[in-house]
Write a protein that binds this ligand. Structure first.
Ligand code: ZN
Length: 232
C-alpha cells in the first residue's frame, strides 16, 4: 500500500520573497523530470486546496502514465492527481496548487509495474507485458484494424505497437466469440418480439372475455325484462 501526502502551495511572485521560493520549488521539481499539468481556475474542483497535506492511498489497480487516482472512498474524498499541477489565474503572478514529493518515486514505480491493453484498457501487472489481452477477445465492435491494440503494453510509454498481430488461435477464438455474441443478441431480440406478441394476444383475449361477460349480463337483463313484459 502506498500512502502519500499532497503538498499544496500558493505564491505571489510579484513579491520578491515568494518569487525566490517559487523558483526554487520549480527547479527542484524539474530535477525530478516532473511535468507541470495546468488547469484553469474555473475547472478546478472546489475545496481541494484546503485539504493541506492530507494522507492519500494510491489506487494501484488503475494508473495512467502521468496521473493516478486515490483509493475510492466517496465522491468528496476521491481525487485524480498529477505529480505536479498548477492553476491558471488571470493574475499571472499567482502560482498555486500542489505536487507530490517524497512518494514520487514509489508512485512512478507503481506506474512502471502496471501495463494495459490498448483496446479495452484493462490493466495488468507487469508480468503480462507484451502478451495478448483476453478480456476484449470477442468484443462486439472489434474489427481487424483494432487487433494491434490488444497487445498489453507498458503504461510508462503510453503507446501501442501498430505492427502487432495476435496469434491465429487468438483471432479464430475472437471471431467465434464475436459470432456467438451476435447470434445471442439476435436470439434475444427475436425472443423479445415473441414475448411482446404473446402479451398482446393475452391482452386481446382478456379484452374479448370481458366483452363476452358484459354482453351475457346485458342479454340476461333483457331476458328478465322480456319475461316481465310477457306476464303483463
Ligand atoms: Zn483488452
Amino acid at each position: 500500500m502506498i500512502k502519500f501526502k499532497v503538498i499544496t502551495y500558493r505564491y505571489d511572485i510579484s513579491k520578491n520573497e515568494d518569487a525566490v521560493r517559487y523558483d526554487t520549488m520549480v527547479s527542484n521539481l524539474k530535477k525530478r523530470w516532473m511535468i507541470k499539468d495546468t488547469i484553469l481556475r474555473v475547472q478546478r474542483s472546489k475545496g481541494f486546496i484546503n485539504n493541506l497535506e492530507w494522507d492519500y492511498i494510491l489506487d494501484e489497480w488503475f494508473l495512467f502514465d502521468n496521473q493516478f487516482n486515490t483509493v475510492w472512498k466517496n465522491w468528496e474524498n476521491w481525487y485524480r492527481l498529477w505529480f505536479w499541477s498548477e492553476t491558471i489565474f488571470s493574475n499571472k503572478d499567482i502560482k498555486e496548487w500542489y505536487y507530490i514529493w517524497d512518494w514520487y518515486l514509489d508512485i512512478k514505480k507503481a506506474i512502471e509495474n502496471r501495463c494495459s491493453c490498448n483496446y479495452c484498457w484493462k490493466q495488468y501487472w507487469i508480468e503480462r507485458l507484451n502478451t495478448q489481452c483476453m478480456s476484449c477477445q470477442g468484443s462486439e465492435y472489434m474489427i481487424e484494424d483494432n487487433y494491434c491494440l490488444t497487445k498489453i503494453t507498458s503504461l510508462k510509454f503510453n503507446s501501442y505497437d501498430k505492427n502487432y498481430r495476435p496469434s491465429d488461435e487468438w483471432i479464430t477464438n475472437h471471431l467465434l466469440l464475436q459470432k456467438k455474441y451476435t447470434l445471442k443478441k439476435e436470439i434475444n431480440h427475436k425472443k423479445n418480439i415473441i414475448e411482446r406478441y404473446e402479451k398482446e394476444i393475452k391482452d386481446r383475449v382478456k379484452e374479448c372475455d370481458d366483452k363476452i361477460i358484459k354482453l351475457k349480463f346485458e342479454i340476461d337483463t333483457l331476458k328478465i325484462k322480456l319475461k316481465k313484459y310477457d306476464k303483463t
